[in-house]
Ligand binder design. Structure first.
Ligand SMILES: [Zn+2]
Length: 409
């Protein structure tokens, strides 16, 4: 099915092909409070499409960032121990690779509460965090990470460059895929990066999304789903070149790109581009069969949950993550199935899951209530969360892992 009304965010091509239509849903990170339960939640279409010209998978609807990232935006990233360790290792590798010292300057885009940049500060490297959420910038400042509350784009980049504040290293983790002005963001990176600087960018890899049926990583904040092929087209348009590229297990499978202003690709890049061509990531057929697998997952998960309820089992969920919102809303898992969703993040507790309105409670509730089964919504943190809930498992509690096919552990 072709979408003649659509325009590619990267190359401007029209007539994009539909990959997966998840219907019209509530925003994944807009969790209503009790006193908002009677209000209608804003809902928006959620459909992934493919650009046959530059290979970019993307969703069509752009929700106003002011609506997405309002003052109630609940994500403070320091809550994941795994993410903290991942960031520290990343920073130490970059300091060594680039020979950074106290003359160096590092900027992070979407710097959140400063958890990544703090590692540079600890090693004597000057930093600046840029994040649109003022509360996150305040939290970052408190741990010694200078931060500015701005939406990053060419304008902010040009201003900083004019002040002589170009960067030796720019980090942008899980933000390129989230910005509405894809080309403006990349143009900004090019303007803000020193001529011999390096940008280090991470985002989930569309190949892992498709291969492991991770459809729940599709939500309104997440506008683009990149392959190496697609990002290569985007970068070259702005005089940036992908010279090294690693596949990482984080977030269900991610890419870490090492980008410079000279065209000198290592084998890691040319190999991945060749693999993608061979697998067909530049053609719609690769994405078509994915839709069928998502529909099967939905049927299987509903059957599993329905069967357990029929046996009189109690079921809760763990992790009020954005992907959890896509999962329960697309599959249709409501408060009639789930007693609650447990989460460690105090900013989410006391609120409700978008759409399905399942109450979000403290993580300790799993131990207190001891449901028979717990549906693990952030399945990408399976190892960490299963270890954390070992006492629950030792007492006979079971987890349901929804992807790539629903199974019980
Ligand atoms: Zn395109």
């Amino acid at each position: 099915m072709s979408r003649p009304d659509a325009i590619c965010r990267s190359c401007g091509h029209t007539e994009l092909d539909s990959v997966l239509d998840l219907g019209t849903t509530a925003l994944a990170d807009r969790m209503p409070y009790e006193n908002q339960l009677h209000e209608a939640e804003p809902t928006f279409p959620l459909e992934a499409v493919f650009c046959p010209k530059c290979s970019l998978v993307q969703i069509m609807e752009t929700v106003d960032p002011a609506v997405l990232f309002d003052e109630d935006y609940p994500y403070f990233s320091s809550f994941s121990k795994y993410l903290l360790e991942h960031s520290k290792k990343n920073v130490l590798e970059i300091i060594e690779r680039r020979g950074l010292n106290d003359d160096s300057f590092v900027i992070e885009l979407a710097s959140n509460d400063g958890y990544l940049l703090k590692n540079y500060v600890d090693n004597g490297v000057s930093v600046l965090g840029i994040d649109p959420v003022p509360a996150l910038c305040e939290a970052a400042e408190k741990i010694g990470v200078p931060s500015m509350a701005e939406f990053f784009g060419l304008k902010v980049a040009t201003k900083l460059a004019a002040e002589g504040r170009q960067a030796d290293v720019i980090h942008a983790n899980n933000v390129l895929a989230h910005v509405a002005d894809t080309n403006g963001f990349v143009a900004g990176v090019a303007a803000l990066l020193k001529d011999d600087g390096m940008a280090v960018i991470e985002f989930p890899y569309v190949r892992d999304l498709i291969d492991h049926c991770e459809f729940d990583t599709i939500y309104h904040e997440h506008l683009c789903y990149f392959s190496v092929t697609a990002v290569d087209h985007l970068l070259r348009r702005h005089g940036l070149f992908l010279n090294d590229c690693w596949r990482l297990p984080i977030h269900g499978g991610s890419l870490r790109l090492f980008i410079e202003k000279k065209d000198a690709p290592m084998a890691s890049v040319t190999d991945l581009l060749a693999e993608e061509k061979e697998l067909g990531l530049d053609r719609i057929d690769y994405y078509r069969e994915f839709r069928h697998r998502v529909e099967t997952l939905k049927t299987d998960l509903l059957e599993m949950l329905g069967g357990l309820k029929a046996e009189g089992k109690s079921i809760a969920a763990y992790g009020a993550a954005a992907k959890g919102s896509t999962m329960i809303n697309y599959v249709g898992i409501g408060a009639d199935v789930l007693d609650f969703v447990a989460d460690k993040n105090v900013h989410k507790q006391g609120r409700y899951m978008p759409g399905q309105k399942v109450p979000i409670v403290a993580a300790e509730k799993i131990q207190e209530e001891r449901p028979d089964y717990v549906l693990l919504l952030p399945w990408n943190l399976e190892t960490e969360i299963l270890a954390q809930e070992q006492a629950f498992r030792d007492a006979g509690g079971k987890f349901i892992i929804p992807v790539p096919t629903p199974h019980i552990v």
